[in-house]
Design a protein around this ligand. Structure first.
Ligand code: AMP
Length: 379
C-alpha cells in the first residue's frame, strides 16, 4: 500500500546506482546487519560496521570497527567512512547518534529511537497518534503494582521501561501473590505494567519512508512467539480491514517522526481491533520473509530509503512462511526439500537466533502445511 509522494516513472530496477561510491555505516553487525550487507551488495553499495563482537555475522559483508556502541571515537570513525549512518541495534545511546547526526545523516532519526527505547515514551506516542494500545500503569514504587492491579485487573504483565527485548525484563502477575516476586525480580528498574491481552493472534506491520516522504507498507505478517521470542511469521494475512488500520498507524508514525528507513509495528489482533504492542525503528525479524516473499526485501528498501533511491515495490510474491532457528541448527534444516535456509554463522547458544528458513507457496493452505512440516523437522 502506498500513501504519499510520486512513484518514479522509470522502473525502480533501472534506478540501481551505476557506481559503488555510496558507503553506509551500520551500527551493529549481527544478523540484521548481515542481511543489510547482503542487500547492499546487490545495490553496489559498500558497508562498514561498528560492533563489539570479535567475529559478528556481518563481518563477511564489510569491515568492522570493533568497539562498544557508545565509543565516541569509534562512532566518529564509522561516520568518517560513510555517506549515511544507520543502526540495526536498538540499545545505541541516542545522544551519541545525535552527535553523529551533525556530521553525516543518521537514519532512522535518533528521536524515533528515543521513543522506542522507553516503553512509556512509546505508549505516549501511540496515544498522541490515536493508535489504540492496551491499558497501562506507570510503576515507580511497589505500591503502584497494587494500584495497577486495581486499575487494570489481573493478569497483568510488568515490563522494564528500557532495554527489554524478546520478552526479557518481563514478569506476568497472575494473582496478587505474584506482586511481591515481580517487584523482587524487576523492582530496581523503571517499570510499566500492562493489561494482559487475550489476543486472537499477533501481527506486525512493516513500513518504509523515503527522504522525500514516500511511504510504502508490506503486507501484514502473522507472528507466533514462544517464550517471548518470535518463532514463525507468515504473510500475507488475508484481513483487508486490519491491513488498512495497520497501514494508517504506520503512516501516522512514519510521518510524525519524519522517519527515513524501515519501521516495524507489532500489534495484537482482538476480533476486528488492533492494539499496538511496540515498534522497532529498524529492519525486523518478522520481515525476514520479504527476502524471498516480496518484490523488494525490507533490507533493500531500508537501504534505498536512506540512500535516497526510489523505493521498490513491497507486494508479496506468493504466500511466505518463516521459521526461526533458535539455539541450534539441526542437520535436517540443511537438507530440506523445500525452504531456503539462512544460517547467520553464529556460535550456538540456548535462546540465540542462529538462522531462519523461508518457504514460498502458491496458497496459504500449502504455506501453512509447509511451515508445520519444517517446524516438526527442526524443533
Ligand atoms: P514484547 O517484548 O513486549 O514484544 O513481548 C514479547 C511477547 O510477549 C509479545 O509478542 C506477546 O506474545 C507477549 N506479550 C507482551 N505483552 C503482552 C500483553 N500485554 N498481553 C499479552 N501478551 C503479551
Amino acid at each position: 500500500m502506498r500513501f504519499a509522494g510520486t512513484r518514479p516513472t522509470r522502473s525502480w530496477l533501472t534506478a540501481i546506482p551505476a557506481s559503488n561510491e555510496m558507503r553506509v555505516g551500520i551500527i551493529g553487525a549481527g544478523q540484521l546487519g548481515q542481511m543489510l550487507g547482503l542487500a547492499a551488495r546487490t545495490l553496489g553499495v559498500e558497508c562498514c560496521f561498528l560492533d563489539p563482537g570479535e567475529a559478528p555475522p556481518a563481518a563477511d559483508c564489510g569491515p568492522v570497527i570493533h568497539a562498544a556502541f557508545d565509543d565516541a571515537a569509534a562512532l566518529a570513525e564509522l561516520a568518517s567512512n560513510a555517506d549515511v549512518v544507520t543502526y540495526e541495534f536498538e540499545n545505541v545511546p541516542v545522544d551519541a547518534l545525535r552527535v553523529l547526526d551533525g556530521k553525516v545523516p543518521v537514519y532512522p532519526p535518533p528521536d524515533a529511537l528515543r521513543h522506542a527505547q522507553d516503553r512509556l515514551a512509546e505508549k505516549r506516542l501511540f496515544e498522541h497518534l490515536d493508535i489504540p494500545l492496551p491499558g497501562y500503569h506507570v510503576i515507580d514504587a511497589r505500591t503502584d503494582l497494587d494500584a495497577a492491579a486495581d486499575a487494570l485487573g489481573l493478569p497483568l504483565v510488568v515490563k522494564t521501561r528500557r532495554l527489554g527485548y524478546d520478552g526479557k525484563g518481563q514478569f506476568v502477575v497472575r494473582e496478587r501473590a505474584d506482586i511481591e516476586p515481580a517487584w523482587d525480580a524487576l523492582g530496581g528498574a523503571a517499570l510499566i505494567a500492562e493489561q494482559w491481552v487475550t489476543f486472537d493472534y499477533e501481527v506486525s506491520a512493516i513500513g518504509v519512508r523515503s527522504v522525500a516522504g514516500e511511504i510504502l507498507t508490506y503486507p501484514l505478517s502473522r507472528n507466533v512467539h514462544r517464550g517471548g521470542i518470535l518463532h514463525t511469521s507468515c504473510a500475507p494475512v488475508e484481513a483487508p480491514e486490519l491491513e488498512r488500520s495497520a497501514a494508517s498507524f504506520i503512516e501516522g508514525l512514519l510521518t510524525h517522526l519524519d522517519y527515513v528507513g524501515v519501521l516495524a509495528l507489532e500489534l495484537f489482533v482482538c476480533g476486528d481491533r488492533l492494539l499496538a504492542n511496540e515498534f522497532a525503528p529498524r529492519v525486523h525479524n518478522s520481515g525476514h520473509w520479504t527476502i524471498e516473499g516480496a518484490r523488494t526485501s525490507q533490507f533493500e528498501n531500508h537501504l534505498r530509503a536512506i540512500l535516497q533511491l526510489p523505493l521498490g515495490p513491497t507486494t508479496a510474491v506468493g504466500h511466505a512462511g518463516m521459521v526461526n532457528l533458535i539455539g541450534t541448527i539441526p542437520d535436517a534444516a540443511r537438507s530440506l526439500a523445500k525452504g531456503q535456509l539462512h544460517d547467520y554463522g553464529k556460535t550456538p547458544r540456548p535462546g540465540r537466533k542462529l538462522g531462519h528458513i523461508t518457504v514460498i507457496a502458491d496458497s496459504a493452505a500449502d504455506r501453512d502445511r509447509l511451515v508445520a512440516e519444517i517446524e516438526q523437522t527442526v524443533t
